[in-house]
Design a protein around this ligand. Structure first.
Ligand code: PHE
Length: 449
């Protein structure tokens, strides 16, 4: 039976759907701790420069490939050039690696939501609360299963539209709440130093690592280099302005990441400056409770905050799972139910080590990292740059930038054409190769960056 490809009703629908996938834990949980860890202002600056050049070119390219072919990643690469079909597969591997550990963090968010809803938020203020919780065996596993099951149920029932509708209302509320919490934090003694740390670039803190971390974050946050945007592009109508959609998605995504950093980084200075040194995946869970604790109605604000974050996370994990499920349906000809179950099972197998890596299995190290950090590293710092590299070479030298430009110009004039061509043909490939080589050498301890 011929299946009709559904499409987004217009530009707003497209931008909101892509933003729903882009805005998630990457913005609220990951961005602030990376900014705190990698020198504050300098990280922010590098990130913004990359987003405007690199991110812009790659996002435009992926959406255009999707719209041009009207196919999902594997089919799209196959249709453009058979030899490049593997890039589609490689890209599809990324969400399968991210989904499990994303759900572990999603589980932590759900746990915090439950604690704040029951009015017990004060307990989370203690310095050992998070590490005791994340380091235990059964409880985090339970929250991880619950979060993953929630994601899988939505994907299985195909009710993401409902979730997306809710999240369209929740997202603006999240922005307002984040802004309110930032202003509150900024009024605390010591916070101004944090603000300065966050917005003033300190060039002496710059290193290859800053760029590496910023680039990995860019891919992750904007859902680039994993085929998701190709799929979204395939649903985009030809008359929708592609470039201005890309700019809006970028603005949205970067804006929310910036705000989340504004909420968390100055709060680190005000509430617990020792955390700056060891900023890592636990930062949000350790700092925000201190902020909420110092507020009146802290439980209510905390509960609202974690509920909104949960929705933002769900729209992202749904798009992660949906991508892998559709690849299974296409590739193995399994029906939706079987595909969902298979992806669910693999996600459990890969997610359990990430959950246990903070406690029971904390001694197991892969390239010096615990499981969660390892999966994060492999997807963001290795596979995604490889996919981005091959995609730029493919567009720059195989199908040529012209084919993308033509697609973009179906709807409107492509004003940043020159930037696009320079990025795709020269800057992106050279840059990614350098970054990739240094990151891999670094991971093996051959070259310290
Ligand atoms: N971009 C999402 C975030 O920032 C994560 C994500 C990655 C979602 C890849 C879908 C695909 O949280």
């Amino acid at each position: 039976m011929e299946q009709k490809r559904s499409s987004f009703s217009g530009k707003l629908g497209f931008v909101l759907a892509a933003a729903g996938s882009a805005v998630g834990l990457g913005n609220i949980w990951r961005f602030p701790y990376l900014a705190a860890k990698y020198g504050g202002g300098i990280f922010l600056l590098v990130y913004i420069i990359l987003a405007l050049t690199f991110g812009f070119a790659l996002m435009t390219a992926e959406i255009a490939i999707g719209r041009k072919t009207g196919l999902s990643p594997i089919g799209a690469f196959r249709a453009l050039d058979k030899r490049f079909t593997f890039v589609g597969y490689l890209g599809a591997l990324v969400p399968m690696i991210i989904l499990p550990y994303y759900s572990v963090i999603g589980g932590w968010v759900t746990k915090y939501l439950s604690v704040f809803i029951t009015g017990a938020g004060n307990a989370t203020v203690s310095d050992t609360y998070f590490s005791t919780f994340a380091g235990s065996t059964i409880e985090p596993l339970g929250w991880f299963f619950l979060y993953l099951a929630l994601t899988a149920t939505v994907v299985l029932l195909g009710v993401e539209k409902g979730i997306e509708k809710v999240s369209k209302v929740m997202m603006p509320v999240l922005i307002v709440l984040t802004l309110g919490i930032s202003i509150y934090s900024l009024c605390q003694p010591g916070a101004i130093d944090g603000l300065l740390y966050y917005v003033t670039p300190n060039f002496s803190a710059f290193s290859v690592k800053t760029v590496l971390a910023a680039m990995g974050q860019l891919f992750y946050s904007m859902s680039i280099a994993m085929g998701i945007l190709i799929t979204y592009g395939s649903y985009m109508k030809k008359d929708v302005n592609l470039v201005s959609s890309v700019k809006q998605i970028e603005l949205f995504d970067t804006g929310i990441a910036f705000l989340a950093g504004l909420m968390i980084v100055p709060a680190v200075f005000a509430f617990d400056p020792t955390k700056l040194e060891k900023a890592g995946p636990s930062l949000m869970f350790e700092i925000l409770p201190k902020v909420f604790h110092s507020m009146s109605a802290g439980n209510l604000i905390g509960a609202t905050f974690f509920l909104l974050v949960l929705f933002a996370a769900l729209t992202s994990s749904i798009s992660l799972m949906e991508t892998v499920v559709s690849v299974c349906q296409d590739k193995f000809k399994w029906n939706r139910k079987i595909s969902c179950l298979a992806v669910f099972a693999v996600a459990i197998v890969l997610g359990v080590p990430s959950s246990l890596g903070n406690g029971l299995w904390s001694n197991v190290k892969l390239l010096g990292m615990n499981f969660l950090d390892f999966f994060d590293f492999i997807s963001n710092s290795v596979i995604m740059p490889i996919v981005a590299l091959i995609t730029s070479i493919f567009i720059g030298y195989v199908i040529k930038p012209k084919s993308i430009i033509e697609e973009v110009e179906l709807s409107a004039k492509f004003k940043n054409k020159a930037l696009f061509v320079t990025m795709i043909k020269y800057v992106a490939p050279v840059f990614i190769i350098l970054i990739l080589v240094s990151s891999v050498l670094n991971a093996f301890g051959i070259f310290k960056i």
